[in-house]
Design a protein around this ligand. Structure first.
Ligand code: PHE
Length: 342
């Protein structure tokens, strides 16, 4: 029996050398210490050993058992730390002592102006909301008082999706959801990308940005609207800007206006950008229609509010004197990288 124990010990040591991963070690453990493992079998064999030898052999076997257990535990540890080291070695390496490289690139001019506007409105107590680009007919039209088959739908050439949804044609598509989210009173601005199926030229694009705003409270009137518009525009252009209101029709406001600013490209003299009128249409707006408030869960008897749909892309063109709207979407770095965040 003694030889058997010694032979087993040798075999174990040899096999342990070969066990190079956790799986192999586990197999080895089962082969030696498991219910039918070799060491366990040896212990079971003790019952056939003569009484004099039993004690000595028992000690030998138990010693072997302990050795096997310890060696296996040790091997498991060794493999674990080797695996960890491998993981660390293969991970991305940083040299924290390297000097910082100046980041190249610049913000898109629309991003710059959008953030500037957000700051101006946030300072006046407006929350800034995000909204999706794919919307339902309800959100884009019905909820803002444009029923199915209403002729006002023709004002916006829409990209329809096969599933009946659409690419939002104006940021007004978020009005209803925001009213339902906050209830009255509320002040919110919500910038977003809009899409219309239009032929492109120097001042039209199928993809453009708007920044919508709503203020709903008791006793809100047109003077509030004019005040906020003037403040916002003076901040953006860093000077007093002349504005004028003309009547404008949008089903979701009553009364509705077109807010024009004096053309900053020609200073009001008349140029191709302002179609020689000296004024540029910038921000349709008006008092929110009672139907729209009601649809948003707000009582029009108690609250009134204004809404505006600022043409963010057009504002950027005015601010920076960009003459062709297509430069903004073209990804032309030569044109776009001139704009640095002040
Ligand atoms: N949603 C309108 C458009 O894109 C603009 C608008 C917004 C008009 C809010 C009035 C009030 O044409």
């Amino acid at each position: 029996m003694k030889e058997k124990i010694e032979a087993l010990q040798k075999r174990f040591e040899a096999e342990l050398q070969e066990a190079k991963n956790s799986e192999m070690v586990e197999k080895l453990r089962v082969a030696y210490l498991g219910k039918k493992g070799s060491v366990t079998e040896l212990l079971k064999g003790l019952k056939d050993v003569s009484a004099e030898q039993k004690k000595e052999m028992g000690q030998h076997i138990n010693l072997l058992k302990k050795q096997v257990e310890d060696s296996i535990a040790h091997q498991v540890e060794k493999i674990k730390s080797a695996e960890q080291e491998l993981l660390i070695a293969s991970a991305e390496q940083y040299d924290v002592t390297l000097p910082v490289q100046e980041a190249e690139g610049s913000y898109h001019p629309i991003t710059i102006v959008q953030r500037q506007l957000e700051e101006v409105f946030a300072s006046m107590g407006f929350t800034i909301e995000d909204y999706r680009e794919i919307v339902t007919d309800y959100q884009c039209f019905e909820a803002v008082n444009i029923p199915k088959d209403h002729p006002a739908r023709d004002m916006q050439d829409t990209f329809w999706l096969d599933n009946g949804q659409l690419l939002k044609t104006h940021t007004s598509a978020a009005q209803n959801a925001i009213m339902k989210k906050y209830g009255a009173p509320l002040r919110a601005v919500f910038p977003g990308r809009c899409f219309r199926n239009e032929a492109t030229d120097a001042s039209h694009e199928n993809t453009f940005f708007q920044m919508e705003g709503m203020m709903i409270d008791k006793n809100i009137s047109i003077s509030n609207l004019i005040y906020f518009m003037k403040t916002m525009l003076s901040e953006v252009f860093e000077r007093e800007v002349d504005v004028r209101l003309r009547p404008g029709f949008f089903p979701f406001v009553e009364p509705g206006f077109e807010l024009d600013i004096s053309c900053l490209i020609c200073g009001g003299e008349g140029c191709p950008t302002c179609k020689h009128s000296g004024w540029v249409e910038l921000c349709p707006c008006g008092m929110i229609h009672p139907n729209v408030l009601r649809e948003g869960g707000i009582d029009p008897e108690e609250y009134t509010g204004f809404a505006f749909g600022l043409g963010l892309t057009r504002l950027v063109m005015m601010k920076y004197g960009v003459k062709d709207i297509r430069d903004l979407n073209s990804g032309n770095l030569k044109a776009l990288s001139q704009f640095k965040h002040e």
